[in-house]
Design a protein around this ligand. Structure first.
Ligand code: HEC
Length: 164
């Protein structure tokens, strides 16, 4: 029997917000966006644009929620980009953080409760966006935008675009 060698996997998890100074302006860079003085990188700006074409009617200007739909700047704290994508494109997700099975179980129960409330007409439905090409192509950019909003890097209204 042939013995296979040992594989060493090095996972370098580089993540932290960096602060650099260019021309006296503080630039904040995270794994999702770059922001300075209320301006954002082009992809995050596209996220702003698509959000305000498609989602604004229910989730409100700047993502802060309405009577119809939740405040996404709060929701985002519990959603990874993958979970966000699933929710936005297919509307069903089970949210939990960490690998605690009790949290997972609780999240599944919450999702079942939501389903029941929806079928009784007590909870509005989040539309599925998988057939909307602009949303499908930009769901990650919308995530960037909502992250930048949640981190208070930009205001409710149209941000400027950072030069590369
Ligand atoms: C017609 C109204 C409507 C529109 C338009 C809409 N949503 Fe929603 N959305 C809802 C409702 C209602 C909920 C809460 C029920 C649920 O979770 O399914 C929701 C929930 C969500 C959630 C989960 C929030 C949480 O805390 O669980 C995300 C993420 C979300 N929407 C993102 C989006 C994005 C991104 C867009 C635009 C592409 C969008 N929505 C457009 C109505 C809408």
């Amino acid at each position: 029997m042939k013995k296979t060698g040992l594989f060493f996997q090095c996972c370098l998890l580089i993540f932290s917000t960096q602060y650099v100074f260019a021309n006296g302006t503080e630039v904040v860079e995270t794994e999702y966006y770059r922001a300075a003085d209320g301006d954002v990188d082009p992809r995050t700006f596209i996220g702003w644009n698509v959000y305000h074409q498609v989602c604004v009617g229910c989730h409100g200007v700047g993502g802060t929620g309405t009577e119809t739909a939740p405040d996404l700047t709060l929701s985002i704290e519990k959603l990874s980009p993958g979970q966000f994508r699933l929710k936005v494109l297919h509307t069903t997700i089970v949210k939990f953080t960490g690998d605690d099975w009790r949290l997972m179980e609780q999240a599944m129960l919450e999702e079942i409760t939501k389903h029941e409330q929806r079928s009784r007409g007590e909870l509005a439905n989040m539309p599925r966006w998988e057939y909307n090409p602009a949303v499908k192509a930009n769901v990650d950019n919308i995530y960037r935008y909502i992250r930048a909003r949640a981190d208070n890097m930009i205001g409710k209204y149209k941000p400027g675009i950072l030069k590369e």
